[in-house]
Design a protein around this ligand. Structure first.
Ligand SMILES: [Zn+2]
Length: 283
């Protein structure tokens, strides 16, 4: 799954290339891409045609483009891409929805090989689309509230990594960046949240923000060649990962071999010396 830095990289590209432009045509080439738009393709097309894109916003891994009172909401899923390019370029077989603009400039293509991503129009969703209103703010948003998060995390009585991945507590943190942040602050993923010391949640969130900033500078992590910016280019933060995907390699801090444990149908990577496993941990 793309995580926050990869989605933010796409948002910045949309801000640069499509904001302020008027949509001339909308072609739905594969209806599965708009399956969550319950009123169907004709309604989707009608709500966007002729509208001007007023901005490019994000919460966690969701992107939305305000158009008047409404919003075009996008979730990239596993393999979705929003690509900006020459309008006369040949259509790849994975293009699901195509937008052209009244200025006849670069077009916008929603391309999705595995079709787990989707687009929909959220009525009155310009400020915050209703379908994502239950998702907590991500750590880069002004609305992010550390005191609220600290209290909720302690009350949840779970393992710290489960809490980080819980989008109702904080959004935008996935498996890769959770493992990297926990390694930097030397916390094991199973540390029970009620046993965190005061200030540890704040320190962890500061670290998450630092890692996001570093990843953004490098265009995100391209564990999968499908994570690309609007120009189709991959980021290269994966070279900077310290533990994620590095089982049996030496910890960059102490040299102990990195360990992989199964976790929530995926994996967790830790340094057994820097991040000792807690007694009575919560997985
Ligand atoms: Zn170590």
């Amino acid at each position: 799954m793309p995580e926050l830095p990869e989605v933010e990289t796409v948002r910045r590209g949309l801000e640069q290339f499509v904001v302020g432009r008027r949509i001339e045509t909308v072609e739905v080439l594969h209806p599965r891409a708009i399956r969550r738009h319950e009123a169907g393709p004709a309604d989707f097309i009608a709500r966007l045609t002729g509208k001007t894109i007023d901005g490019a916003r994000r919460r966690g891994k969701y992107l939305w483009l305000p158009v008047g009172e409404d919003a075009l909401l996008a979730h990239l899923g596993m393999s979705g891409q929003l690509l900006v390019g020459p309008a006369d370029a040949p259509l790849s077989p994975h293009v699901r929805v195509r937008f052209t603009f009244a200025d006849n400039g670069l077009d916008l293509r929603f391309t999705d090989q595995r079709t787990f991503g989707h687009l929909l129009v959220s009525a009155d969703g310009a400020e915050l689309p209703s379908v994502i209103a239950h998702i907590a703010p991500d750590p880069l948003e002004d609305a992010f509230d550390l005191a609220w998060l600290t209290a909720r995390i302690a009350a949840r009585r779970t393992g710290i990594k489960r809490a980080l991945l819980d989008q109702s507590l904080v959004s935008g943190i996935g498996n890769i960046y959770a493992d990297e942040a926990l390694w930097r602050v030397k916390l094991h993923f199973a540390r029970p949240t009620e046993r965190l010391r005061p200030g540890q949640v704040g320190g962890l969130m500061d670290t998450v923000v630092d890692i996001f900033a570093e990843a953004l500078k490098e265009g995100g992590t391209s564990f999968d060649s499908l994570y690309v910016n609007v120009n189709g280019e991959s980021g290269y933060f994966d070279r900077s990962l310290n533990v994620y995907g590095r089982a049996s390699e030496p910890c960059p801090r102490c040299g102990t071999l990195i360990r992989r444990d199964p976790f929530m149908n995926r994996s967790s990577y830790t340094c057994p010396s820097c991040q000792p496993r807690p007694r009575n941990g919560r997985w």
